[in-house]
Design a protein around this ligand. Structure first.
Ligand code: KG4
Ligand code: ZN
Length: 354
């Protein structure tokens, strides 16, 4: 049973072939980092254009690497949302046209469910036990879900403003670092003192499992405004294809300390609520997924924390956007017979659960 999955929700064009929901035959990811990097964030119009360019070669390569042709496929899966409409449409239109031409069933997949299934797929040795709590943290989302038997979901908490990855990207941009900022700050953080700056976060009313990162972002902005950092920021902005050593050379200790403190604060916020969710729901596993799940500081903190249940992170390649995770989520829908038809639409704000 082979599924070809296509993922174009944001700024990576990805295709993968997965057998029986678990064996990865191929995974191709074409990143648009070079296109968006100079703007410090994803430019939607450019993203759609790049997807249009990449979708056919990326899909062909995925089939070729899997030693598979369209005739060997059981279904085509595609991300239907959430994401950028223009980007989603490229994948959806292409997937539909293959299904129409080859008479294959179509499966629409929620991108966030894909991130959760990246972990399920990789946990074959010691399978994730349900019910589980899933923390999905990326540039677009920061959500806590209860994952129940049969893969139904309940929303436990979410960010009220910025996503965690977005906070990383905005702080990096403010300080003259490249895009995406998460991996850069993650690599710089061990060079600073995580206790140097105390960021006090506003106390939130309402759901205790909700997140908020805009206050932290503003606190960093104030920290920067109180100092004269114009020269160091300008120097970093001018660096061409910098390595981590280059960033380090142009970043004084005080800024490294602030970045380390920022990262510590984000990690504490994420883990505190993930642990509370697991305790509250009696979860038997904690899943962390999405781009920010590749954060080394977060992984180390999870290892050291007293977690009420085993926890699972995806390998770095399956943390950020990819199509393997879409195929893995589609497999469950395939077995259930949950197929889409050619009226499948792109849904920018598609929710996994209310
Ligand atoms: O899942 P993803 O590839 O795309 C979205 O669905 O958003 O996540 C990308 C996000 C970016 O905001 C990026 O800065 C962040 O994940 N990210 C990280 C790390 N690697 C990627 N954030 C913190 N630490 C990292 N190591
Ligand atoms: Zn994602």
């Amino acid at each position: 049973m082979r599924i070809l999955a296509i993922e174009t929700s944001c700024d990576e064009t990805a295709a993968a072939v997965v057998e029986d929901g678990r064996r990865i035959l191929s995974s191709v990811v074409a990143s648009q980092m070079a296109t968006h990097g100079k703007y410090g964030g994803v430019v939607p119009e450019l993203a759609s254009r790049e997807h249009l360019r990449a979708i056919v070669p990326v899909t062909r390569l995925a089939l070729e690497q899997a030693g598979t042709s369209f005739d060997d496929l059981s279904a085509i899966a595609v991300t239907e949302g959430p994401g950028l409409v223009g980007s989603l449409l490229v994948g959806i239109t292409y997937a539909k046209s293959i299904c129409f031409a080859r008479n294959l069933p179509l499966i629409g997949v929620n991108h966030i469910e894909g991130h959760i299934h990246a972990v399920i797929l990789e946990s074959r040795e010691a399978p994730v036990e349900l019910p589980a709590v899933a923390l999905v943290v990326s540039g677009g989302h920061t959500h806590l879900f209860e994952v129940r038997e049969g893969f139904t979901y309940r929303l436990l908490g979410r960010t009220r403003d910025d996503a965690a990855g977005e906070a990383y990207d905005k702080v990096a941009k403010l300080l003259g670092f490249g895009y995406p900022g998460g991996p850069i700050i993650d690599q710089l953080a061990p060079h600073g003192n995580p206790r140097a700056v105390k960021f006090t976060l506003a106390h939130m009313k309402g759901n205790k499992l909700d997140f908020s990162f805009s206050g932290l972002k503003t606190a960093v902005l104030r920290w920067v405004e109180r100092r004269d950092l114009a020269d160091e920021i300008e120097a970093r902005r001018k660096l061409q294809n910098p390595s981590i050593e280059d960033w380090l050379r142009w970043t004084p200790q005080a800024t490294l300390d602030m970045l380390a403190s920022f990262q510590r604060t984000v990690i504490e916020e994420l883990l505190r609520r993930a642990i509370a969710s697991a305790e509250e729901t009696g979860a038997r596993a904690l899943i962390v997924s999405g781009g920010v799940a590749s954060n080394a500081g977060l992984r180390a903190a999870a290892r050291e924390a007293h977690l009420p249940c085993p926890f699972y992170f995806p390998t770095p390649a399956l943390s950020t956007d990819n199509a393997v995770m879409i195929a893995a989520a589609a497999f469950v829908k395939f077995r259930r017979g949950a197929f889409a038809d050619l009226t499948l639409r792109a849904q920018a704000n598609l929710a996994l659960a209310d």
